[in-house]
Design a protein around this ligand. Structure first.
Ligand SMILES: [Zn+2]
Length: 424
């Protein structure tokens, strides 16, 4: 990697890394390097307050919209649309400190740098600058994932999102009010969007690539199943008389794994990540199980075929195990490309900075998955060591973090100057 080595860029990198260290303290899980900072939790609230101060100290105005997306706005050209850049600071329970949060911090510093350059040169850009911390990207406490950007782009009704409850019955609206993060910003005029994220896979590390030019997202289909049986004594009830909801759920877990073998290697990823068993008690056959299962593939065809095969299993389990299986919610997105012009812009910036780069697909969904359908969008990755993700041990090297900020700065600089705007 041939980074430019002038003393100023060294100072800027040190400034980013210093803020990065502070930011990682919010929701930190002691002794691990990871965090537990679920959406609208106390730790999320504290971090948002700190982040607002950081933005304000650099001349940005902090506003929230009605679903708790947090924006830092810098108006350089009165009335002009904004170049928006950001990601999310919420995390899965006990997860890494890089997922999402790196993108928000990198975006803030990229905007600080571009703003300072503009102030120094006296140049007027075409667009204003805005940083965003999207609400509830992870979808662990409140489902679905990417909630803030889905509401922002009109894909999810605000009222539906606000009424969603966590496992303790607390609604999004109430949780946001507790941390004071429900606002009234509306109608932000966005010219273009940029996001940077850790890869959450190991291909870039293996290929020696510093900047991933994200050119498409995998398709995904997420199910919430409710399996219903009959509560019974786990010892005295005759085996033939049982209707075991947990057995039915277990068959779906196994079916999800076996589904993968019906396709080419690498064509389908599946998992059941969450199960809630009722009454979940030692001497009781379960009467009810909620089960969350997801299918992911680069091919929408594969997802369709996998869904049909899974539905055949559902019918068989209902019949053979005498349980009811109901789909209570489904949430999906198609495989679809990121705009080619954004990929090309990112490639040019990587060339200019002498950073190794390659086109990569994203398996995970990101807020940019929503934004790219509304505005010209650039999506970038930096490597993840061993691809470890949604795990306390997630790690990305400082050199890659810093390279990503430098790259994103180049992208934001060009977007502010009007790049990609003619596509709007
Ligand atoms: Zn993320």
């Amino acid at each position: 990697m041939t980074q430019r080595t002038n003393p100023l860029s060294h100072e800027l990198d040190a400034g980013f890394l210093a803020d990065w260290v502070v930011h990682s303290r919010f929701g930190a899980v002691p002794g691990t390097g990871g965090v537990d900072r679920q959406a609208a939790s106390g730790a999320d609230g504290e971090q948002r307050a700190w982040f607002a101060e950081l933005l304000e100290s650099r001349g940005f105005t902090v506003r929230r919209d009605s679903i708790g997306n947090q924006f830092g706005l810098l108006e350089l050209v009165p009335g002009a649309p904004y170049v928006l850049t950001g990601s999310h600071m919420d995390s899965q329970p006990t997860a890494g400190r890089f997922d999402g949060a790196y993108g928000v911090m990198a975006s803030a510093h990229a905007c600080f740098r571009v703003a300072d350059e503009l102030r120094a040169s006296g140049e007027t850009p075409r667009f204003n600058l805005a940083v965003v911390n999207w609400f509830n990207e992870e979808g662990s406490r409140f489902k679905p994932s990417m909630m803030g950007s889905s509401v922002f782009t009109g894909k999810l009704p605000l009222e539906t999102a606000l009424a969603t409850t966590d496992p303790h019955g607390v609604s999004v609206a109430d949780a946001l009010d507790v941390i004071g993060e429900r606002g009234d910003l509306t109608g932000l005029d966005v010219a273009s969007y940029a996001e940077i994220h850790v890869q959450q896979g190991r291909s870039m590390e293996e290929d020696g690539v510093t900047i991933g030019l994200v050119n498409a997202t995998w398709a995904a289909h997420k199910f919430e199943f409710l399996v219903t049986g009959e509560q019974a004594h786990s010892g005295s009830t005759l085996m033939a008389d049982r209707r075991d909801a947990l057995l039915g759920a277990a068959r779906l877990v196994v079916a999800a794994r076996e589904l993968v073998d019906e396709f080419e290697p690498g064509a389908l990823h599946t998992a059941c990540g969450e199960m809630n068993v009722y009454p979940n008690s030692p001497v009781v056959v379960a009467s009810e199980v909620e089960l969350l299962l997801d299918l992911r593939s680069p091919s929408a065809e594969v997802i369709r075929a996998a869904r049909m095969s899974l539905m055949r299993t559902v019918e068989r389990v209902q019949r053979d195990d005498r349980v009811g299986i109901e789909i209570t919610a489904e949430h999906s997105w198609d495989q679809n490309p990121y705009p080619e012009a954004g990929v090309e812009l990112a490639r040019e910036v990587a060339e200019e900075l002498g950073l190794t780069h390659d086109r990569v697909m994203t398996v995970a969904g990101h807020d940019s998955t929503n934004m790219k359908d509304s505005v010209p969008t650039v999506m970038l990755f930096v490597p993840s060591v061993d691809g470890v993700s949604h795990n306390l041990a997630e790690f990305t090297k400082d050199a890659d973090l810093v390279a990503g900020v430098n790259h994103l700065t180049g992208v934001v600089r060009r977007l502010a100057g009007g790049a990609l705007a003619s596509e709007n």
